[in-house]
Structures are given as C-alpha cells and as structure tokens.
Design a protein around this ligand. Structure first.
Ligand SMILES: [Zn+2]
Length: 358
C-alpha cells in the first residue's frame, strides 16, 4: 500500500493498535503528508479478510473489492458535501477550497458554506449503520475527513456516540487542523500525529509515483510528499514564467513580466491561481533570505547558483522586508482588485531589491 510505504513507522504503530482498537483515532498533521491515504489504507487493512504481512490489505478478497468500489457495507465516509461533488468532478483537486464562480451570491453562498461542513444529519445517518451489526464479522470503520469541518452540532452528536461506543466500531478522524476540533471530542480520541517523513522516504515515494525531479518537488513542498505530488500535477504554464522573471534580478523588465504573467494566469480555469503565485514567490524569497545569511536554501534546489548570486546583489534587510510584504500580498491575492496592477507592483518591488550596479 503506498501510504504504508510512506509512513512505515506510523503504519506499524497503527497495526499494533489493531489487536485492541481504540474507539476513536485521530490522525493529524500538516497538509500534504498523506494522512487521508494512510487512513484509507488502515481502514482497508481492518476490513480485508486475508490481510498480508505488516497488515496491508490484499486488494483481492471480496471485502477489498467492495472497499475499492466504495460500497463496503461496514465502512462509512463522512465528509462535507462540497468535497464529494468536487471529488466526483476531479479527485485530485478535492483538497482545495471553494472556487466560487461569482454568480448568485446570498442564498447560494449560504448553502455553499453549509456544504463545506459535516452536518448533524450526516452524523445521524450513522445511527442505522451502528444499529446493525457488522456484515462481515470484522470491524466497522467510520472515516471522518476533514474532521475540523464537523460543525458544532455534528461534533456534539458524535460525542454522544463516543460516550457509549458501539462494539467493534472505529471512528477514524483525519485533520490538518486538530486544534479546531471541539476539545472534548479531541480528548476522546487516541491521537496519532504524523510528522514529515524522512526526505529519502519521500523521494522514493515520489519516484515510485512517476515523478521526475522528486527531490526538487519535495523541497518545494517543504518536505510534504503528497503536497509535492499535488504541486507537480497542478503546475501550470505560468510557473516557469515566474521563476524565469525572478531569476532576472536587476535585469528584470517588471512591466513586461507582469504582462506575460497576467496573460498566462488568466488562462487558468477554476481556482484563483494568485495565492499559489504568491506562495511560489515567498519560497523564492525565503531562499534568497537564507542565501543572504550563507545558509543552505530549502526550496528552489535546482536554482541554487542563481539564488546565491542574486542574494549577494541585495541587502539582507530589504530581502527580509520584502518577504514580510509578501505575507500581506498573500492576503490580498485571494481577492485582487486588479490582476495587472497587482503583478506590476509585485515585479517593480522585486526589481527594486537589486540596485543597478554602478
Ligand atoms: Zn483483502
């Protein structure tokens, strides 16, 4: 199982719990670590009727076939309605927020917000599932993701269930923001916090997933393998344009770079790409800041020489200031008033980091 190979230590830990399953388990950790994959793999392994060594599901028995088709009678997945629709449309971008098309606000906005949550009705629907015993004489699993999206009523209803835990049922909660869970709920869960897997493990995983330049992508994702995969898949035409412009330093033609980027960003369908644009720029600046202090860079490993050279041409204090400025730009990027102006300002400010040589 691929998530098993990525988090070997955590996988073993989960398998140790298998003999005496807790009633509720919370898998937490940063975004992009593969928590959800790990949770699915664990659920599959619990339901599998002929598990392999290390507990991995066989992928062949009846239970495994049902599970992979999404209709195992002893498994339930609770997630916000919006995520289900998104997933149906595009499984890969399911983790993003609500793209919104700017039409029919008001009512629609309200109902969209409702769809972003896990509601009490969804939790109540579990009653029936819990009343009937297991179909296949094994455990039953309820996977809740992302658990922080349980609204308050839903969380309370869930707590009630956990006060008198049904026999042989595992509530498997997955969350990138566990602090947003109701504390009483959190305290009822056995917590397994995933940390970044060792770089070598992440690279092996990415290479096996067919990614070239695994090390580069892993670095760009701050070490989170699933995020690296997402970034690589979502990389659009504008990304190399941005890197190219940033590399120019004092030779940057800010206005024409803004024009090129605007044209390319406008071809992006769906989600507003600007926050991601600022993320990439922030990483570039983070590297410049590191290089300016003679520290090893973290993200743009392939551009190390260029970044080192640029860092020498700028003042550490201006680099640090611009980095802070980007934090503000990141907020604005969600709703830019004017894309072209936004980009022009960005590139002009960036260009100003590198004074002309006398
Ligand atoms: Zn199986």
């Amino acid at each position: 199982m691929k998530a098993g190979t990525l988090h070997t230590k955590n996988w073993r830990r989960l398998q140790e719990w298998r003999a005496r399953l807790p009633h509720a388990l919370l898998l937490s950790g940063e975004r992009g670590l593969g928590k959800l994959d790990l949770a699915f793999a664990f659920a599959a392994s619990l339901l599998c009727e002929t598990p392999r060594e290390e507990g991995a599901s066989c992928g062949e028995c009846l239970a495994c076939r049902w599970f992979s088709q999404g209709n195992h009678p002893d498994f339930r997945l609770l997630q916000p309605a919006a995520l289900q629709t998104e997933e149906a449309e595009d499984r890969k971008s399911a983790r993003g927020g609500n793209a919104g098309d700017g039409e029919g606000k008001g009512e629609k906005e309200k109902s969209t917000r409702g769809k972003q949550q896990i509601t009490i009705d969804q939790v109540r629907e579990l009653d029936e599932f819990l009343c009937v015993g297991a179909h296949r004489q094994k455990s039953r699993v309820i996977l809740i993701h992302p658990a922080e999206r349980l609204n308050r009523e839903a969380a309370n209803a869930l707590l009630k269930m956990l006060e008198e835990p049904p026999h042989e049922v595992l509530f498997l909660l997955v969350s990138s923001e566990p602090m947003r869970l109701v504390p009483t709920l959190r305290s009822r869960c056995q917590n397994l916090r995933l940390s970044l897997p060792p770089a070598a493990e992440g690279e092996t995983f990415l290479t096996a997933a067919g990614l070239r330049d695994a090390a580069t992508w892993l670095a760009l994702a701050g070490g989170a393998p699933l995020l690296a995969l997402q970034l690589a898949e979502k990389t659009a035409d504008w990304q190399p344009l941005l890197t190219e412009a940033l590399q120019c330093g004092e030779r940057l033609d800010a206005l024409s770079a803004a024009a090129r980027l605007e044209k390319s960003l406008k071809t992006v369908k769906g989600e507003n790409p600007l926050p991601q644009f600022v993320d990439w720029a922030q990483k570039w600046l983070a590297d410049l800041n590191l290089a300016a202090q003679n520290l090893p860079i973290r993200f743009y490993l392939g551009e190390r020489a260029k970044i080192m050279a640029l860092a020498k041409k700028s003042l550490p204090v201006s680099l640090a200031r611009f980095y802070r400025q980007l934090l503000q730009l990141r907020r604005e990027s969600a709703h830019p008033l004017n894309l072209r102006l936004f980009l022009e300002q960005f590139f002009l400010d960036y260009r100003a980091l590198f004074p002309e040589e006398e």
